[in-house]
Ligand binder design. Sequence first.
Ligand SMILES: [Zn+2]
Length: 630
Amino acid sequence: MIGRATEALTEQIRQANDIVDVVGSYVSVRKVGRVFKALCPFHNEKTPSFQVNPEKQIFKCFGCGVGGDVFKFIQRRENVGFVEARAILAARVGISLETDRATPVGGISKAELDRVNRWAQQWFARQLAGPSGEAARRYAASRGFSDASVVRFELGFAPDGWENLVQAAARQRIPTDLLKEAGLVKFKDDDRSRQYDGFRNRLMFPIRDPMNRVIGFGGRTLGDDQAKYINSPQNALFDKSRCLFGVHIAKGAFDSTRHAVVVEGYMDCLLLQQAGIENVVATLGTALTADHVQMLRRYVDGVTLVFDSDEAGMRAADRALEVALAGDLEMRLARVPTGKDPADYVQAEGADAFRTVLTSAVGALECKWNQVLTHRRSNSGATDQRRALDEFMGLIVASGSLQQADPIRKGLILNQLGKLLGLPAEEINRNLALAGRRQASRSEREAPQTAGVSVSRIEGGAASVATLHLLEVLLNEPTYFDSVSRHFDPNRLANEMDANIGHAFIKYVADAEQFELSEFISRFESLETAQRVTDLHLAGADRGNFGGTVEGAVARLEQLSLQGRGRHLLSTLARPALPQGEITPSDSADGGDRDVFLAASEVVRSSSHFSARRHRGDIGRTPAAAQESD
Ligand SMILES: [Zn+2]
């Protein structure tokens, strides 16, 4: 979020830059009904799936998923941060930013980091090509890198020694603080006059993001350094848990395959690319994170995770299961035979053999089910299907992901589970409900004092879904806020980004006279958040029937809160509160306790009917219900 002082000026800039004009200056737009269509400037396509909505002042591509307001369009298109995009748009309409005190907080912008990284990338590349790079070139060749790959991946060499880059940068008068922030130089004992090179005697892999910015480096030691690989430090541009090596190259292949192959190392990615497996990216030695998933789902519908040992497979399977259950991406897992890593395997056996490995990949659900079965068998000697099923259902419920999936995806997943386990969908549903109840009662036993106050995981999932539905409606029809504000608690949203959006919405409506979507979006600097707002808005618009959605969500939330309160009451009463002797006369009204107990049981039992009844009276006053009755 940006400071209040800047908001007025930002708003002025936004209003002066019509999004249709701005987009139209990059690609040709054509009016179709109420929107403008264009060939997406962010991915390759032959039929236009990029839409600009002049009324809402937002854009959305239904091909690659990008979306946002006019600032986000410039951020993406020009590969700049929010502050720079704002400056570009201000200049476009002749607004002066001279009085604007809102220079980037912290001093160093993403654009500056990108620039210094680009300079370093070229410098490293020159060292690799030069006389000092001979050993590095030999090493690259010994690993099987072709000259074309070295060029394509822009590999470089950080020479041995302490001040090679330091001196080269000094000749270019590159600010020390910038070099330090990018991790290209370090200070000895925090003394800025004693700088030394951050990367020494390493083969350098530049890491680019989908927008082609050089966000950081990975360096492979060419000596016997303990740290085989080191990465750039985390900064405004580089976050190891968010980036995927090779994504700027694989992006082209994603369009045609709609599928990504994910490996764990630079070498694997580079050598698979070289062998013609073009849709491959690498995490930087980490497991797949939620941020990776979010990035990938912009480009692909499915992911194959490649791993080289059973142990790595175990870890990968849990993450894959979670992603698959949330319905975000279709997840498959492939194990490279004989414990080889993908790089060695493709070199020894060839690309076709590796493609066979990919085609033999197993779906995440099946993979996890097989693991559970194998595990049971090795423990008990016999296959106990029933217990394996219970354990598997327990895992699914515990992941909390299935509860978050929308009904259509949930249906598809239940269908898959049914096929996998050879059971009808109703049976699966029954087993899941059973596993859910078992976990709910277990968590109550384990934490009796909080049972009911913090709702169980399953109810947390349901509350999150209902709250998300409210948020989706509010982003379309903010007038509902008055009638639902009591029920709308962003803290219930399971996804942290959604929760931030929810809180920002509440703050926005408290401040502003009128809600305007694009102005709301412009308050977020992060492209991902802006995109999420656009997607939530569209999800709400697609579902339509705002009145009905609000009514359903509020009923669900009321029911959950009543159940929670009722159960809390029950567990309080069921617990022997005090030793006999200490009960004071006012506490010991036996008949009274029993009445409360019965009343609480009744609340729990009938809460769904109760809330539905009460709710109808409530919702009659919302604007949509009034409109609908017209
Ligand atoms: Zn697109």
